[in-house]
Design a binder for this molecule. Structure first.
Ligand code: PLP
Length: 373
């Protein structure tokens, strides 16, 4: 096949995709990457962090991403971590490390946890114990009862997938410390949001290493960090904990690997480094400010139209109660609006990512009302 024909085929396939620039993707936690991240990605397209002996410069960029993120999340000097392909790999790796360190196989996970924990449980034969929710966040009051002698790790969520809510991490951390159990915080979504909400006085909740007892954190540059897919980060309070998953890697130019993936995209590290350096705290704060403004505006408009909001938004995500949520989502999809859906709890989820335009909210609310009536 000729190059031109292949390009035509690619264009045809791409034309079937929904694009972020339409402003109509309302159910995704990803967004259009920053142009500088795309440029950096292209520059590093052939690099492989699975073989850092060959790509020392790229490795330095990964180390810097870990350092910068650690600083943002109050990590102590002993901290370390790895870039991953996203929240799923970060969560899985955290559980892998804590299972190996404790030799225990029970993990306590809040009701609202992302399904990556189900995958981790299936892959590693871990027993998941559910921590019940109270008002849609983990009920820390129940944690003491649920932790047992077999508990390898407790999970807390900072920016839940379906409602963007923040678990009482401080309280959970205190209990985990008292019980001598690891606490992993899944901030895949909220990691690049909550630090700036705190700066803006929009939340007082502590969710990172500032809270006692937090052992590790997942945070995704490819969500609110404006980087390219696949960019995730796992941070650990102690760098040495990575040894728990170390394997000999005879075929690479370094002797050991401490990651789930073998070949890993250095381009994602370069992209994340570039966008984080460029944006700085001020750049991210502005993005969060804009996303929260759109969120609160939409909340007001939806309430004015008589919709019921599931919970007061804590981050840039809203759940809207509807009957037949699955059907409503399909009807909205026919009108071009791609919303998220929680069928079990009967609500539509809307994520106000940077590509969501405030000026389209009125049109969306009108279509939403017409679909529901
Ligand atoms: C809280 C949370 N954790 C983990 C993940 C999984 O992230 P990824 O899809 O990047 O693997 C998601 C995805 O939406 C999420 O919302």
């Amino acid at each position: 096949m000729k190059k031109e024909e292949i390009i035509e085929e690619l264009k045809k396939a791409r034309s079937k995709d929904t694009v972020f620039s339409s402003g109509r993707i309302l159910g995704s936690m990803c967004t259009r990457p920053h142009p500088l991240a795309v440029k950096a990605y292209r520059m590093f397209i052939e690099t492989n962090l699975g073989d850092p002996g060959l790509f020392r410069g790229t490795r330095e960029l990964e180390d810097n991403v870990i350092k910068m993120t650690g600083e943002m999340l109050h990590a102590p000097p002993s901290a370390g971590g790895k870039m991953t392909s996203g929240g799923t790999e970060s969560n899985l790796t955290a559980l892998w490390i804590f299972r190996n360190m404790t030799k225990k196989k029970e993990v306590i996970v809040p009701e609202s946890a992302h399904f990556s924990f189900t995958k981790a449980s299936s892959l590693m034969g871990l027993k998941i114990k559910v921590l019940p929710s109270k008002n849609y966040v983990a009920d820390a009051g129940m944690l003491r009862e649920v932790i047992s002698r077999d508990t390898a790790c407790v999970v807390g969520i900072a920016g839940s997938t379906n409602l963007g809510l923040i678990d009482p991490i401080e309280e959970m951390g205190e209990i985990c410390e008292e019980k001598g159990v690891f606490l992993h915080v899944d901030a895949a979504f909220g990691g690049f949001v909550i630090p700036f909400l705190r700066e803006m006085g929009m939340t007082e909740k502590k969710f990172d290493f500032e809270a006692n007892g937090v052992s590790s954190i997942s945070i995704d540059p490819h969500k609110m960090g404006m980087s390219v897919i696949p960019s995730g980060i796992l941070l650990l309070r102690e760098r040495k904990w990575l040894d728990a998953i170390s394997v000999e890697s005879a075929c690479t130019h370094t002797r050991k690997q401490m990651s789930l993936l073998g070949t890993r995209p250095g381009a994602a590290a370069a992209a994340s480094y570039a966008v984080m350096k460029y944006m700085g705290k001020e750049g991210y704060r502005k993005i969060v400010e804009k996303c929260m403004d759109t969120t609160l505006y939409a909340e007001r408009r939806l309430k004015e139209e008589g919709f019921e909001i599931v919970a007061e938004p804590e981050t840039n995500l809203i759940g809207v109660k509807v009957e037949n949520a699955g059907k409503v989502a399909k009807m909205l999809s026919r009108l071009g609006w791609k919303v998220g859906v929680d069928e079990e709890n009967g609500f539509i989820r809307i994520v106000f990512m940077p590509h969501v335009k405030k000026k389209l909210i009125g049109e969306f609310v009108k279509d939403f009302r017409s679909v529901v009536s």
